[in-house]
Design a binder for this molecule. Structure first.
Ligand code: ZN
Length: 445
């Protein structure tokens, strides 16, 4: 399945901070193009919220239900199903504005502070302390670690209050207005969920459960939208282009090739149509036409690193490894500080047995973005091939920890501490994983 290979998976077990969060591992869809596109959509909103655009990632969760949530101050999580159901940037910006407001208004920080104080409280699982550790910056490994909170007490602790919800609505609407984003986007989002209040809780989308659509809430938003309506401009914006690009790529990878090919004219821009055609042809195992289509997209946007990345992926998955290396090299030349692009380049180099160069690219990738399970797997291969067994063990431990498999993580971390120089950076990383898995084990007992 090409889908799984493209969307570099990193599984994390999420801390339940809203009622809506699942008490199970979730899978992130990591894709450089999609994350860049979502960052472009989010940046005017984040700026209006006074948040750092580079410090607040928009991450996509592979889940067809409608939901969005925050669990820390550094990322907003959005379900792929929600993106697929929206028609324009302003809707996504409305969701981001609301979640950004939870961060900017201190709703998350307050919880984390409380967590520090409540660290030893019996009602809070030890796993939560891992998050506290991550929040205080005490360990890189911990920051990406799996967090689980299964008890209702924990869920309640992290659920947003009604007061927080209405403050997030109000702030979110203000960010939209000051960023020049049509406030009607928020009403369209509400429209998506209309009628769900009447459903039984089990059939509601998680977003409705965590963000109750009270009549008061809707009325407040309508009043705000009516007051701002005059300020709204028509015209497509950069955010609209990037929204269509993210949605177009996501759906092309999730739907059948034939579904996408029938809808190319709904892509919003010619280069996006070519990109989607390339994915659809690739999914139909028609490599020649897939490569033609992505070359057409590149001809329209020759400085776009992500189209080279997609070309590299298509070639890699068609086992044309040398050509894939060239395409990925072009992508990292255009955008060297992108961890996901570096990781793809490293993977292609590994496939052509350029182990030294692969190791360099993968280490660069890890430095920028360590929450990428496939990169960590490739990195452990590169370390093993260059005889660095201790390093191979520590990144394997981190990969298992990311996926919430703390017992497996501990086995590899223990092996790593025996192989690495005591007190070194990598040795410390292995210690962090050991500590986290011991806490989790104590909690289970
Ligand atoms: Zn909320």
């Amino acid at each position: 399945m090409t889908f799984h290979r493209l969307l570099l998976q990193a599984s994390i077990l999420l801390l339940l901070c809203t009622l809506a969060l699942p008490a199970r591992a979730v899978t992130l869809l990591r894709d450089a193009d999609m994350e860049y596109a979502l960052a472009q959509v989010a940046s005017p909103i984040l700026r209006a919220a006074g948040l750092s655009a580079s410090g607040t990632k928009i991450l996509v969760v592979n889940d067809s239900s409608l939901n969005a949530f925050v669990i820390g101050n550094d990322a907003i999580y959005i379900h792929s199903g929600l993106i697929a159901r929206m028609d324009r940037a302003a809707m996504l910006q409305a969701v981001i504005a609301h979640e950004a407001a939870h961060i900017a208004n201190g709703h998350i920080t307050r919880r984390l502070t409380n967590l520090g104080a409540a660290r030893n409280a019996a009602t809070l699982g030890t796993a939560l302390a891992i998050l506290a550790g991550a929040a205080s910056g005490s360990g890189e490994a911990a920051a990406g670690l799996a967090i689980g909170a299964q008890s209702t007490a924990q869920r309640r602790f992290f659920a947003h209050t009604r007061a927080e919800e209405s403050s997030a609505d109000q702030s979110g609407l203000r960010y939209m207005r000051s960023a020049g984003v049509p406030v009607s986007g928020m009403l369209d989002v509400m429209q998506l969920f209309r009628g769900q209040e009447a459903l039984s809780v089990g059939r509601q989308d998680p977003y409705v459960r965590s963000h109750p659509l009270s009549r008061d809430r809707l009325r407040a938003i309508e009043a705000f939208a009516a007051a701002s309506a005059r300020a709204e401009t028509g015209g497509a914006t950069a955010a609209d282009y990037w929204f269509l690009r993210a949605k177009g790529k996501l759906t092309a990878f999730q739907r059948r090739g034939s579904w996408t090919l029938r809808r190319l004219n709904e892509s919003g821009a010619q280069d996006i149509a070519y990109m989607r055609e390339a994915i659809a042809r690739h999914r139909n195992s028609d490599t020649k036409r897939a490569v033609n289509a992505i070359n057409n997209a590149i001809a329209l946007r020759p400085q776009d690193p992500f189209y080279y990345d997609l070309k590299g992926q298509i070639l890699m998955e068609s086992r044309q490894f040398n050509a894939a290396v060239n395409a990925h090299a072009q992508a990292v030349r255009l955008r060297p500080r992108d961890g996901l692009l570096q990781a793809s380049y490293g993977r292609a180099l590994l496939a052509t047995d350029n182990t030294r160069a692969a190791l360099q690219a993968l280490e660069r990738a890890r430095r920028v973005d360590f929450r990428d399970g496939s990169m960590l797997r490739d990195l452990s291969v590169a370390y093993a091939r260059t005889g660095q067994r201790g390093m191979a063990s520590v990144v394997t431990a981190e990969r298992f920890a990311l996926r919430g498999r703390l017992e497996d993580a501990a086995i590899h971390a223990k092996r790593a501490t025996g192989l690495l120089p005591e007190g070194s950076g990598p040795w410390q990383r292995a210690q962090d994983v050991l500590l986290a898995s011991e806490r989790a084990a104590r909690k289970r007992r």
